[in-house]
Design a protein around this ligand. Structure first.
Ligand SMILES: [Fe+2]
Length: 313
């Protein structure tokens, strides 16, 4: 073993912390296989102690697949590093939400899979903190494999063959299922506003609500509250009934891991099973993260004609 590994939490069945990984060993074939196996087994890996730079982040990403270019040009990292997407919050132009009586928050994002609004969902990503806020800024992770095991048997049977329709939506407070109670979007960020103005370029797609992890045969509950429009081929009432129950199980925070960032951390997750969220920062503080988009195709995404029925209902 060319690195040390330990569970992220004794309570959760997913997540691993990797330390003592010599950057020179990232090119070693055996080390690469060990890291891939750990990723598939545990879903989330926190790397601590690696050199804090984009080159290491991209090289590490290559262990798990090809770093792809994000479909939104507006997020390509400064310096035009194609393999990196900037995930930034700027107090002057970012999203601002309020949750109930809480203070205004920037850099807040609901539970989601990355790129679930396109047919080919990327297999993963590595997130690195470039500028950390003084307070807050945690990233939450929940395992769809574990969530599947928590479903009541009756619901499990009902959803087995269903597909969910997804479309990009910049309204992070307007989720149909899995919304934080009392959330209000005070300002939509500039990038999302621009994309919403040309949303026809991003037609709706659908993804199965349950699929089987190819490497292990385990079933994954595959629901992203953000971007979801509803169940393909189903009327609004039934779709809402099912997805509200699914959301309750999928994003149950008592089964989440919340990562408190330390400078230099890199966090990898399996985007085909792990939903994630950003807990937000005080609205007057900046946050700058950079993410790789690790290519892949699980083969189940497809175009759909069903979005109009759901969007108008
Ligand atoms: Fe994300």
């Amino acid at each position: 073993m060319s690195f040390s590994k330990s569970p992220l939490s004794d309570q959760l069945g997913f997540g691993a912390l990797v330390t003592d990984l010599d950057p020179a060993m990232i090119s070693d074939t055996e080390t690469r296989q060990e890291l891939i196996d750990l990723w598939i087994d545990r879903g989330v890996i926190v790397f601590r102690g690696l050199p804090d730079d984009p080159d290491t982040q991209i090289e590490l990403s290559r262990v798990f697949g090809n770093p792809a270019v994000h479909p939104f040009k507006s997020v390509t990292a400064q310096g035009n590093i194609q393999e990196l997407a900037d995930i930034t919050y700027n107090p002057d132009r970012g999203d601002i939400v309020r949750i109930g009586d809480g203070p205004p928050l920037g850099a807040w994002m609901p539970w989601h899979f990355d790129l679930v609004y396109v047919e080919r969902i990327n297999h993963g990503g590595i997130l690195r903190a470039k500028t950390l806020p003084a307070d807050g800024g945690q990233t939450g992770f929940i395992d769809g494999l574990e969530a599947y095991t928590r479903l009541p048997e009756e619901l499990r049977q009902e959803i087995d063959d269903l597909y969910v329709v997804y479309r990009f939506n910049g309204d992070i407070a307007g989720l149909r299922h899995g919304n934080e109670p009392g959330i209000v979007l005070d300002r939509m960020n500039v990038g999302s506003t621009e994309i919403m103005g040309q949303i026809d370029k991003f037609p709706a797609v659908s993804h199965p609500l349950v699929f089987t992890q190819a490497e292990t045969g385990r079933k994954v509950l595959n629901f992203s509250p953000w971007f979801s429009l509803g169940i393909e081929g189903m009327d609004r009432q039934n779709s809402d009934r099912i997805l509200s129950q699914v959301a309750d199980v999928m994003i149950d925070k008592s089964n989440a891991y919340f990562h408190q960032w330390e400078e230099g951390d890199m966090v990898l997750w399996d985007n085909w099973r792990i939903v994630h969220c950003a807990c937000g920062v005080p609205a007057n503080q900046s946050r700058h993260m950079q993410r790789t988009t690790i290519e892949g195709d699980y083969g189940f995404g497809r175009q759909t004609e069903w979005s109009e029925q759901l969007e108008s209902a």
